[in-house]
Design a protein around this ligand. Structure first.
Ligand code: PMP
Length: 306
């Protein structure tokens, strides 16, 4: 891991190695917390900017609301903290930013109303989530036996720490079976999302992504839909069954960390040409242009840190 100098903890810039919590921290025991995953990129003019910072912070606060945690900082304070953290850590070449809202020390037992709510933000340099090779050639996916927690039990729209048990079980199953990434269905059998990314497929020139009925509302998914509209590509949000994935012309994942990662195989079926498809490549290029400040229409989503 690429350590940086400081981690922001409840308003203080704490040296990386001192950023510790008590072993009786509530979240460690019962799993209620909320995270974000936000990314900053070096832009075309040599400066560095956080992409869609406001959207990520808003989702962090919404996730915390859904999971009954009263965050003691405003969106503005959290946005400023993230900018300042990158500046203090001199992360001017880009960074991954990980805010965490967690229940702290002082209360044990499940009823957490009196438990302190703490916030920490870390940032460090982190390369392509599914590898540089994955971005170019595509990844191999397994539709896992583990399905996404149903909405009747989970808080699917929250980027809740607790949701990542489900994701971890699916990811482990896929990787142990020799694949790169897991694709999860919902409890009705329709494609929901990957363990840490949204799913898209292309069929007969139409870009299709499942509705966010049982998945995180992916910020990158929305960016890709907007870019596709800009290019005149027809976009559908509708349910997708497993066998339709197998016969897709193209498929890819989107996420802040996964960016736009092509899918070249699902469950031993080659997808399309078995590498990055033409529409995937167009959208991937457009995405990297947008985050790098090369697309004037998307500059409004950039928060420059220098
Ligand atoms: N689904 C899950 C389960 C995720 O963890 C992520 C990554 N945050 C995504 C989708 C993609 O979301 P975003 O584009 O907002 O990063």
């Amino acid at each position: 891991m690429n350590k940086s100098k400081y981690i922001w903890m409840d308003g203080e810039f704490t040296p990386w190695d001192d950023a510790k919590v008590h072993i009786l921290t509530h979240t460690l025991h019962y799993g209620n917390g909320a995270i974000e995953g936000t990314k900053a990129y070096k832009t075309v003019d040599g400066r560095c900017a956080i992409f869609k910072l406001k959207e990520h912070t808003k989702r962090l606060l919404n996730s915390s609301k859904m999971t009954l945690m009263d965050v003691p900082f405003t969106a503005e304070e959290l946005n400023d903290a993230q900018v300042e953290l990158l500046q203090k850590n001199e992360l001017f070449n880009g960074a991954y930013i990980r805010p965490l809202v967690y229940l702290g020390y002082g209360v044990m037992g499940l009823y957490h109303k009196e438990c302190p709510v703490n916030v920490a933000i870390a940032a460090w340099e982190w390369g392509a989530y599914l590898g540089e090779e994955g971005l170019k050639k595509g990844v191999r996916m397994k539709i896992t036996s583990v399905t996404r927690t149903p909405n009747t039990s989970g808080m699917g729209k929250a980027k809740a720490v607790a949701n990542y048990l489900n994701s971890q079980m699916a990811k482990f199953e896929a990787v142990e079976a020799g694949y790169d990434e897991a694709l999860l269905r919902d409890d009705h059998g329709y494609i929901a999302e990957a363990s840490g990314a949204a799913f898209f497929m292309v069929r007969d020139g139409v870009l299709i992504s499942p509705p966010s009925d049982n998945s995180l509302e992916s910020i990158t998914q929305q960016t890709i839909i907007d870019l596709a509209h800009d290019m005149g590509i027809k976009v559908e949000r509708r349910r997708i069954t497993r066998e339709e994935v197998y016969i897709a012309d193209e498929a890819f994942l989107t996420g802040t960390a996964a960016e736009v990662t092509p899918i070249r195989e699902v469950d031993a079926r080659q997808i399309g040409i078995g590498s990055r498809g033409p529409m995937t490549e167009k959208l991937q290029t457009a995405y990297f242009d947008a985050v790098a400040g090369k697309n004037p229409d998307y500059i409004k989503y950039l928060t420059y840190i220098n």
